[in-house]
Design a protein around this ligand. Structure first.
Ligand SMILES: [Zn+2]
Length: 380
């Protein structure tokens, strides 16, 4: 049987920089096939035809009594410069496994693959499904959504879903995500009239117009009624003008803002607020929607996961809705969803790494979860 460290290392060796695949889906599929899963790699394309995304659906068990899904992504963000070792040649150092994607989230995939491969060798009444995608890191427009469309058409939507994204904070097992805030991107634009800074009567400063509106929104009082979520916050992420001279005012300025919002708001409500607030400013707004906030408060899944963590690590996990959004936002409308995995502190950084022991313990936690879910939790 392949161990979790060697499977994780095999996955990291594939340079699956989003949305490239570089053979990584085959590695997962071959592993699962050997364990008795039926596998189906599907290819979908972005609407402009530029990006090809490979998604994997794998299933073991024919009973529809209980169907547990595992949702994850095999793509990684670009490594960037300054690594101490080759980001795609995993190395073990000081008790850590180092490589791009070890935490986000090839380690979680390897741990669940190994746990499921061992579990399905026993009799169990139900099915385990893998829903893996290859474009989560670029916003996921052809990955999880098209996989879920296919699952709907073919009757393969799971009853419950575990998202294996990194969720732990300081030590493995200290945090389970039950949801995340929503996200929306806004571009604020102003068009003015270029001129010499010394002649205010002769120009219209687009930069001032944009700044006034951004400052106004930075002072906006967001409500915070639903305390399961962190407070809604708005952050400017980019300011751009077409001028670099210090004695000229620019006639074109744009700023990008991102809002992370709780269930106190939704995308259409936020658009309405921003448009209303912009009325007294000489700016125009464009919106790019990323997704609404979501939360799953299923007591059965919560206690199963908390028990599994405590059983292996002795830790009492806290439930949280912090962190960036995940693919859980797509599947939550179909089934109960819970998110648990490795420590998220080093994701997207250089020298991304996980303790070797954490990978081993994560496989154990997932195994206990499977056992409890299928064999001891009969009330589904
Ligand atoms: Zn991720």
């Amino acid at each position: 049987m392949t161990d979790v460290i060697s499977l994780c290392s095999d996955l990291v060796r594939c340079r699956s920089i989003t949305p490239r695949d570089d053979g990584v889906m085959e590695v997962v599929a071959n592993f699962l096939k050997a364990a008795g899963f039926e596998t189906n790699i599907m290819v979908s394309r972005s609407p402009d035809g530029k990006n090809e995304v490979r998604n994997l659906f794998a299933k073991c068990g024919s009973s529809k009594e209980k169907v547990l899904g595992f949702l994850g992504h095999v793509d990684v963000v670009p490594p960037g410069d300054g690594w101490d070792s080759d980001p795609f040649e995993p190395v073990q150092k000081d008790g850590y496994l180092v490589g791009r994607g070890v935490c986000d989230m090839k380690g979680g995939i390897a741990a669940f693959c190994c746990a499921a491969a061992e579990f399905v060798q026993k009799e169990f009444n139900g099915s385990i499904e893998f829903l893996l995608t290859g474009d989560e890191e670029i916003g996921n427009y052809e990955g999880t959504q098209s996989l879920l469309d296919w699952c709907c058409k073919t009757g393969n939507i799971p009853h419950d879903c575990l998202v294996g994204e990194p969720s732990s904070s300081i030590v493995l097992g200290d945090r389970i995500y039950l949801g995340h805030r929503g996200s929306i991107n806004i571009t604020v634009k102003a068009v003015g009239k270029q001129g010499h800074v010394a002649y205010p009567d002769n120009f219209k400063n687009s930069l001032s117009d944009v700044c006034r509106f951004v400052v106004h929104m930075l002072n906006y009082e967001w409500k915070h009624d639903d305390r399961r979520f962190p407070k809604t916050n708005l952050e400017p992420t980019l300011l751009f003008t077409n001028n670099y001279a210090c004695n000229v005012v620019p006639d074109q300025t744009s700023a990008n803002l991102n809002i992370r919002f709780s269930v106190d708001y939704d995308l259409s409500k936020l658009k309405e607020i921003l448009l209303k607030e912009s009325r007294n400013f000489d700016v125009s707004l464009e919106f790019i929607e990323a997704g609404n906030a979501f939360y799953c408060d299923d007591d059965r899944l919560k206690s199963l996961m908390a028990y599994s963590i405590k059983d292996v690590t002795g830790i009492n996990a806290e439930f949280s809705a912090m962190g960036g959004t995940s693919d859980g936002r797509f599947i939550i409308s179909h089934c109960n969803t819970i998110e648990f995995g490795l420590i998220d502190k080093l994701i997207h950084q250089k020298n991304e790494r996980s303790k070797v022991q954490d990978l081993i313990d994560l496989e154990k936690i997932y195994f206990v979860f499977l056992r409890k879910y299928f064999l001891e939790n009969k009330d589904k």
